[in-house]
Design a protein. Sequence first.
Length: 202
Amino acid sequence: MRNKLKEAYYQQEDVVALSKDLLGKYLVTNLGGQGITSGKIVETEAYNGITDRASHAYGQRLTARTKVMYQQGGVAYVYLIYGIYHLFNIITGDEGVPTAILIRAIEPAEGMEVMLNRRQMPNLLPKLTAGPGVLSIAMGIDKSHTGTSLTGDEIWVEDRGLYIPGQDIISSPRVGVGYAREDALLPWRFRVAGSRYTSPAK
DNA sequence: CAAACGATTTTCT
DNA sequence: GAAAATCGTTTGG
């Protein structure tokens, strides 16, 4: 029995708290008739819309690309970066509040062969789903899924009763603290301690 | 209408 | 550890 997260879950206001709560949940896709693929979320990053300089919606910016971020929580936002990789985000908050959570890494759970096939890798290695760009490939997600509801039957998140205690959650600032500005000090990147599927701890 | 850039990953040195 | 790959979106003229 699937315990799919409901719309109300995504509409909480505190995107930072939500980012931490998503750790240990399972991201599931059922796309392209290739069967179910899923993985445990082990790394997330919060994007707090209008106050976050790194966010696409900083300063209430509204463009054709970012307008989906202003929808009410519970839809997918998939963005093509560097012309190569698709980044999967979860839109949160109420309508008009452009907060989002970037899923940075998962641990493969179901549909291993399908994911290996999508990534064209012969064996399971941590890098199969370690990183926002590659996990999208493994899960079969691309930018055509922007705006897809996370309460539908294509992409969703499950609660399997796994709880990650706060002491096992590592919050870190964004990369490049040395030459980044004050905005980079925001500790809004979260990962599960000890997982081999996240970026190595520093 | 044209130019620059980016929430990354891979590959080569 | 550093640099290239690559194209849609955004910004400027």
